[in-house]
Write a protein that binds this ligand. Sequence first.
Ligand code: ATP
Ligand code: MG
Length: 436
Amino acid sequence: LDFVPNHVLEIMEHLFHSGFDVWLVGGALRDFFSGQAPKDWDLATSASPSEIMRLFPRVIPVGIQHGTVRIHTAQGDIEVTTYGKPGREGILADLGRRDFTVNALALSYPEGRLLDPHGGSEDLRHHLLKTVGNARSRLNEDPLRILRAGRFLGVYGYRIHPNVSAAVKDSLAGIDGIAVERIRDEMLKLIMGKHVEKAFEWMRRCGVLRKVLPELERECRRNRRSSCPFDAYRHTLYTVHNSPFRLRVRLAALFHRLGQKTSVHGAGRRENRSLNSQASAHAAFAVMDRWRMPQQLIQDVMILVRNHIPRNTLRWGGAQLRRLLAAVGPDLLEDLLDLAYADRISGNCREKSLEELNRLRSRISVQMKSRPPLHIGDLALNGTDVMQALSLKPGPLVGEILEQIHQWVLDEPGLNVRDVLIDRIQAKYGGISQNK
Ligand code: ATP
Ligand code: MG
């Protein structure tokens, strides 16, 4: 129990000294035995929910019907399953209800003795994911377990036992009945894993992808020959390891080619590219909105998708660079470059395109040093100036004119001088004032 932090041990001790059995269970044990740092802590105890509520000041009942409560501590919440019956029988019944053998281990308090009735530690050693009991009935009982299997594959690279894969299709329909938040939470954990590509491949093969991410499934089918979008995806791992904050880069990598229709070759290439990235941003929105993700994250991912940098930027002029910087903003710039890096490293002419990306990077930093007017607020004049110069009343037109000025100044930063801009708008919009 040396690896268990104090705030968890204190809870175990309190339960133990109050006369209850208490065990460490769940993902923490799995992580510990796989040599990874546990992230969250789950306990199982013979105490009932009401007894737990008596013992601890801050308890949230999360799934009373399953006998699960959450004990709140300053260091994080701890999920506690109550199994009622004391003694060995109680904990064995609890472990028998768990999803996979690698999750059906328990460590006793205070001895730290391992209880492993389903051969979970053996399976852990072999990186093998098996259900506790019959795969078909266990997946049927709770189809979220299908997504959990995908998640464990994505995070740990486990091999999924053929019985589990074969049982998936019988339970697929049940996925429709699962709360979208639970699906989302498993999917986001999967997406942050090291073996995402394998997990998506498995999900596609078993028909799960069509259920939870039909947009991506369609994209895979469309690109039969070039491999899946996970291709680019895989490589984001080099750059964004261990950084949960970079979830947005991973999401952008995953979504950046969704819903595209038009070819980007030949005439009209630039327009088509822009239509395509709009379409992808739309598709990305649809998924993240369905998953009820935070608005800020959704917006950030959409900006990354919409402004995804194409493979060849050698001919980009300063104006185009500044327009990109204005559209993306300084906070997302590193993420955008990581995304471009991931995309290039997954292409075939790596050397050349990495060289090109390095050039882009240095050109961007030169641009940034010259402090270009990335925001409307950086302009040498504001809305009041515009209204005065053109005798306009407040209204959307003022904003549109400011937008136009911003474009001029991004194209040619030297124009960002008050008098120069006033002359320009009077020349272009002078006629408007009489009509308003
Ligand atoms: P993490 O490290 O991400 O928390 P975890 O395996 O601990 O992974 P939790 O959702 O915290 O996942 O669940 C804790 C434990 O509860 C699991 O290890 C498993 O034993 C059990 N469990 C969770 N969800 C299910 C389920 N749908 N069916 C059966 N048992 C489950
Ligand atoms: Mg857990």
